[in-house]
Each structure stands twice: as C-alpha cells, then as structure tokens.
Design a protein around this ligand. Structure first.
Ligand code: ADP
Ligand code: MG
Length: 264
C-alpha cells in the first residue's frame, strides 16, 4: 500500500484535480485506489460524483471520533476506486484536533488500522492511497504528512511558481525529523501548463532546475475540460476521454506506476 499525499499550501494549483483524475486513471489500470479527501471543501468527493449533502460519515468521524476508515468509505464509487469523503465539519476539526493526544497522528493510526484490516480482507487491499490535502500547512496537512510514505507536489505554471515551496519543504523536513523519517518526495507535477507561452516554458526550466529528476516528464496542460468535469461529478476520463487533459492524466498514471516500480 503506497500512501501518497497530494500537497501544496497554495490554493488553486490543481491538487484536487490531480487527486481525482490520477485516482481514476490508476483505477482504469486496474490498480486498487483509495482516495481520502482531507479538505473541508469536499471537492474531490464531489468531483467523483459523491453528493456532499448525502454524506453521512466522513473523514471527520475518522479523525475526531476514531471511526475506522472502512466504516466511512464509499466502496466502488468507481470500479477499483473507493472514496473517503469529507464534509464542511472538517473545517472545525482543526480546533477539535488541537486538544487531542497525538493530534498529528490521527490519520496515520487510521491508515495503520486499514493496513492491518487489509491483511485479512482483500476488499481493503489498496495499491495506492491518495490524500487530497487542504490549501494550508495546518494540522490536517501535518496529519497527511505524518501518515504518507511520500508526496506529490502539484505546481502551477505561473509567475512565482516556486513561491511557498521552501516553506513547504521546511515543513516536510520538520515532519520527517519528528514524526515520519521515511517521508520523501514521490514527484513534482507542473499543472495548467500552456506550451504556447514563454512563461510556461520558463517555469518548466525553473522547476526542473530546482527539483531535478523529481519533476514528472508529464505536464498537465491548461484544459477547459478539466475544469468542467467536476460539475458533472465525473473524472476527466469519463467526461472527455479524448481531451488533452485526459491524455495527460493517463500519462501521469503510467509515469507514477513506472516510478513505483509497478507494471503497466
Ligand atoms: P486545489 O485543489 O489545489 O485548490 P483545484 O484542483 O481545485 O486546485 O484547481 C483549481 C481550479 O482550477 C479548479 O476550478 C479546477 O477545475 C481548475 N483546474 C485545475 N487544473 C486545471 C487544468 N489543468 N486546466 C484547467 N483548469 C484547471
Ligand atoms: Mg483542493
């Protein structure tokens, strides 16, 4: 079970879009995926067609009420893809968590339990657990960093693309030192890339100089289909499988599998 947190404290850089569509593309390649929505906005659940109003149990119950992930997840929201949704309750979780013992480790405990459960029940055996993080370096994000094996960092191809990255990396260092020594960067993904602009090309070079081989060869183009798909509750491969966005996330899934040393 590879646990990958999709993290960047900047909002609007493509975390949720990446989480939803990478999850769907990995699932299409017959990998078993669990998507955990850790953002109170609940957009990665709704992006896969989960109606926020109908969610009865969520990641909030896991973090605050110690319910197992298996109790709150939506099984097979899509073939091979299960989802732990979030609700707006999570906005208050930050404060509630701050008074709990080992408040940084609530998600890790839940994922460890899930790993144990998976030993006896095939239904909970996952190749990938993807965590969609909120746009902050809050206690929720720390929970994700403490629970994950690795990080996928989406970076938007724009001016000041690397702004905030050093703060993120400092936080990662702190978490590594105090809570999670194995934590590493799985990959850095350039999003909303526009090959026609010089800016995008400059940003690509800048990010590559900084992250070297951590940068994925796949870049995600700016593609209007990617921004439309969530309002239909569909991943890009269901909404517009011939779009550039679908091709890009499908390539990303291939590259992720290659990096993970897995077939296809
Ligand atoms: P984050 O989760 O980091 O806040 P989102 O994934 O929600 O970012 O993306 C922010 C906005 O940009 C959303 O409206 C989304 O639909 C849109 N968006 C994300 N990626 C792309 C893309 N490659 N092309 C066009 N629009 C995109
Ligand atoms: Mg988001």
């Amino acid at each position: 079970m590879r646990v990958i947190a999709i993290v960047n404290q900047k909002g609007g850089v493509g975390k949720t879009t990446t989480c939803v569509n990478l999850a769907a593309c990995l699932a299409d390649r017959k990998k078993h995926v669990l998507l955990i929505d850790l953002d109170a906005q609940g957009n990665s659940g709704s992006g896969l067609g989960i109606d926020k109003k109908s969610v009865e149990k969520s990641i909030y119950d896991v973090l605050i009420r110690q319910q197992p992930l298996t109790e709150v997840m939506v099984k097979e929201q899509r073939k091979h893809l299960d989802v732990v949704p979030s609700t707006i309750d999570l906005a208050g979780a930050e404060v509630e968590l701050s008074t709990t013992a080992e408040r940084e480790l609530c998600l890790r405990k839940a994922i460890n339990e899930l790993k144990e459960k998976a030993e006896e029940d095939e239904n909970y055996k996952y190749d990938f657990v993807l965590i969609d993080c909120p746009p902050s370096l809050s206690l929720l994000t720390i929970n994700a960093l403490a629970a994950a094996d690795s990080l996928l960092i989406p970076i938007q191809a724009e001016y000041y693309a690397l702004e905030g990255v050093s703060q993120l990396l400092r936080t990662v260092e702190l978490v590594r030192a105090a809570l999670n020594p194995k934590l590493h960067i799985f990959g850095v993904l350039l999003t909303m890339y526009d090959s026609r602009t010089q800016l995008s090309n400059q940003v690509y070079e800048e990010v590559q100089n900084f992250f070297q081989e951590k940068l994925f060869h796949t870049v995600i183009p700016r593609n209007v289909r990617l921004s439309e798909a969530p309002s239909y509750g569909k991943s890009i491969v269901e909404y517009a499988w011939l779009s550039k966005g679908a091709a890009a996330y499908s390539n990303l899934a291939k590259e992720v599998l290659k990096r993970a040393g897995m077939k296809r």
